[in-house]
Design a protein around this ligand. Structure first.
Ligand SMILES: *Cc1c(COP(=O)(O)O)cnc(C)c1O
Ligand SMILES: [Zn+2]
Length: 406
């Protein structure tokens, strides 16, 4: 196993603590010796046992199993969504509902690995900047093993569900008068100057190593077949890369034959990566003032943008931007046709699918998986804000019957 720089290609010792390339400051990825991994896989158990994050242990970059921190993440449902498929006009549609993780988002898959690494590195404090879910997850995993947790949040901008979690799990929560991108700059500086604090933002190369299990589980739940396409909401863009990496490693170890077309969605007010794909640009142009109802993807300068561009281009996928209105409409369709409650950012994958089908980019006979990244209860205020006001009537039987209107 080693760190490998995605720009200069140099490799580094994974026992040392790096966040970006010590030579050129680009993003790092973790590369495993896949021949060795393959020897460690128990293929019979792989077929027999139900999916969970740690089922795929040989693929996870941990040296010391006694340091593993887990809350039972992964093993989320892959729903077959016939009613939604018919409404949208696509052949076969599945939703991988990551809202079913312990703290209600896919971030848990990254944190089980990330906080385990923090223990291997021997630090006593972990830190992140967050639009909400990262802090909720980090706070919970840190609590489980008694690590101190510091989180920087854009003050007044974090959904209530997420904020409550970080507070109740005992993190030191610092609200800054600035947006997420600024919070990230500050926490990166903090962790480069303070050796006792381990940075668990999405620039951390180990977190995507946990998140790649979304790809493993999707393949596993489809009887070790790959879907044609997988649609993923993009904020800082680590997740789409991670899922790509999962399929890539499964293909290299002969567990699946192909990699799905990685398709990313962003909100129109914050879609630098979508623009770069559509205009075929080498690099993306950061958005100075990102705005969207989907707070988990309200990110103007995605740190892992270069990785997302690679994942999308190498898998011959695409990217699409969706309006807040389309996001809310998709959130409703998911909830009302399939019984799946997702937060707005998550629903962008469904909104993006609908748009791509309407444009003829996604063929009618495709087998598509949409990832819903977080649970509806993360942001209940958004639901109230976009819904009709509640009806209030006198507490009389006749009034209730009148309300039914039939
Ligand atoms: C973190 C998050 C995202 C964005 O994931 P990235 O890896 O930053 O692209 C999307 N949706 C939800 C609910 C999230 O918590
Ligand atoms: Zn480099």
């Amino acid at each position: 196993m080693s760190y490998e720089c995605i720009s200069c290609g140099r490799t580094f010792d994974p026992h040392e603590r790096f966040y970006t390339c010590p030579e050129c400051d680009s993003l790092l990825k973790i590369e495993l010796d896949l021949e060795r991994v393959k020897e460690e896989i128990d293929f019979e158990a792989l077929e027999r046992e139900p999916p969970t994050n740690w089922k795929y242990r040989p693929f996870l970059p941990i040296f010391d199993d006694s340091k593993i921190v887990t809350l039972g993440e992964g093993g989320t449902p892959l729903y077959s969504c016939d009613r939604l498929a018919e409404e949208i006009g696509v052949g076969e549609l599945y939703v991988k509902h990551e809202g079913a993780n312990p703290t209600g988002s896919f971030k848990d898959r990254g944190m089980t690995v990330g906080v385990t690494k923090a223990r291997e590195f021997g630090v006593n404090t972990v830190a992140c900047a967050s639009t909400g879910n990262t802090s909720a997850s980090l706070a919970a995993y840190a609590a489980k093993v008694g690590l101190k947790c510091v989180v920087l949040l854009p003050e007044g901008k974090v959904a209530l569900g997420k904020l409550s979690q970080a507070i109740m799990h005992g993190a030191q929560v610092i609200g800054i008068e600035g947006n997420f991108d600024r919070a990230l700059e500050l926490v990166r500086r903090l962790c480069s100057e303070r050796n006792d604090i381990y940075l668990l933002n999405s620039v951390n190369p180990f977190r995507p190593q946990g998140q790649k299990t979304i790809g493993f589980e999707v393949a596993d739940q489809l009887d070790f077949d790959s879907p044609d396409r997988i649609i993923v909401p993009m904020g800082n863009c680590a997740n789409i890369w991670a899922i790509y990496k999962g399929f890539f490693e499964f293909r290299e170890t002969d567990i699946v034959d192909s990699i799905p077309k990685m398709t990313g969605t962003q909100a129109e007010g914050a879609m630098p990566v979508v623009d770069a794909i559509k205009q075929d640009l080498e690099e993306f142009e950061p958005e100075e003032s990102p705005e969207t109802i989907a707070t988990a993807i309200r990110i103007g300068n995605p740190v892992n943008g270069p990785k997302a561009l690679k994942a999308i281009r190498e898998s011959k996928g695409t990217a699409e931007g969706v309006s807040d209105e389309e996001i809310v409409q998709a959130q409703r369709m998911l909830a009302r046709l399939e019984g799946i409650g997702a937060e707005p950012a998550s629903a962008s994958s469904i909104a993006g699918l609908k748009k791509l089908v309407d444009q003829g980019v996604v063929a009618e006979d495709e087998r598509v998986v949409c990832v819903t990244t977080g649970h509806i209860l993360k942001d209940p205020q958004e639901v109230i804000d976009v819904s009709e006001p509640l009806v209030k009537v006198p507490a009389e039987y006749g009034e209730i019957v009148k309300q039914l209107g039939d």
